[in-house]
Write a protein that binds this ligand. Sequence first.
Ligand SMILES: [Zn+2]
Length: 171
Amino acid sequence: MTIKEVLMIGNPKLREKSSDLEDFNLDFVQHLQDLKDTLTYLQETKKFGRAIAAPQIGVMKKLICYQLPKKSFYMVNPKITWKSEEMLNVWDSCYSFDIAFFVEIQRHKTIKVEYQDENGNLVFEDFSDDLSELVQHEIDHLHGILATDRLKDVKKIIMRSEWERRFRKSE
Ligand SMILES: [Zn+2]
């Protein structure tokens, strides 16, 4: 069990582009395990979040780990091959913001993604709505893009406490 330090916004490494994963070797297996362990820890401590991208733990490779309520999976070398014109407004945060604040931005409502699973098998999958915005967020990390870069109006930044007040009233 290795929990890695998460790089925070302002760290220049988060702005670098990740390279394609070519060797499914022991280093790769270790990176997947580190991502999974770190994400599990973050989900337990932050009570928020569904995925982590390798650059967030300083590994500049195209790897993403997802842990959703009903399934967990990895994406290796993902590419968005199609985006809907229809957009969604979403309140987005990030482990690299320490889930301290949220930004309201737009994401494509539906996307088509081509990626490899952890065994190197090619997968073609469509994502819509809350999964679409999540996958776009994570793939952005692989290109050095953070959710704050998508902000068109700086007034659309709110602290987590305000986000909880507005959107988690019922809980
Ligand atoms: Zn993020």
